[in-house]
Design a protein around this ligand. Structure first.
Ligand code: FE
Length: 203
């Protein structure tokens, strides 16, 4: 990473806010928000070191931005070698874009009392985007595709996701309520224009 360019995240947040000012149509948000997220993860020169750190025990979720109106949140997911989520849902729309490494996503669907895998796990490479929501498919399990290095993906959700009451599922498909929280919450104005200018990055 040569130069730190935090303005990319500021620009993404501004563009997504503008999109959400225009529409609440989920299909439009997933499509156009996906284009914005793809642009954000095309460049790997803006995520601060503090929000790039894996943990030896479990994957980390660092809050990068929380919309003041609560309409969305942006989170960096940092996967240590071989780490994975439990099978889980989101209950709101979400977009996932891989920044570094790669991840494997296995979708599930409800079949009566149990859950069934949908197809096989697919691999998301840097720059690729995946959408989740109760409408397009909300249950999955995500794994770092590498067992010898860190992978990082940037997630955007249609809520302050760390506070959302949702579910993980055991092997029998039994739901258990969980609220993910965040590994870290940044100080205000960490990603403002002034810091971009200070780094000489906002030409
Ligand atoms: Fe997920």
């Amino acid at each position: 990473m040569s130069q730190h360019r935090p303005h990319r995240l500021s620009d993404f947040v501004a563009d997504l806010s503008h999109l959400l000012d225009q529409t609440s149509d989920e299909a439009v948000i997933l499509r156009e928000g996906g284009v914005l997220l793809a642009e954000l993860v095309t460049n790997d020169d803006w995520l601060p070191e503090a929000q790039s750190q894996p943990d030896p025990i479990r994957y980390q979720q660092y809050l990068l931005h929380r919309d003041p109106a609560g309409r969305f949140s942006v989170v960096s997911f940092v996967w240590g070698p071989g780490q994975s989520t439990p099978v889980h849902d989101h209950t709101v729309w979400g977009l996932v874009g891989v920044l570094r490494g790669a991840e494997l996503s296995q979708a599930y669907e409800r079949r009566g009392e149990t859950l069934a895998a949908v197809g096989v796990a697919h691999r998301l490479e840097p720059g690729q985007i995946e959408a989740v929501s109760p409408t397009v498919g909300d249950i999955h399990r995500v794994t770092n595709a590498f067992d010898d290095r860190t992978s990082i993906s940037i997630h955007v959700y249609g809520a302050d996701i760390g506070t959302v009451k949702r579910s993980t599922y055991d092997a029998e498909g039994k739901a258990k309520t969980f609220i993910s929280g965040y590994a870290d919450v940044p100080p205000p104005l960490l990603f403002d224009r002034a810091s971009a200018l200070a780094y000489g990055a906002a030409e």
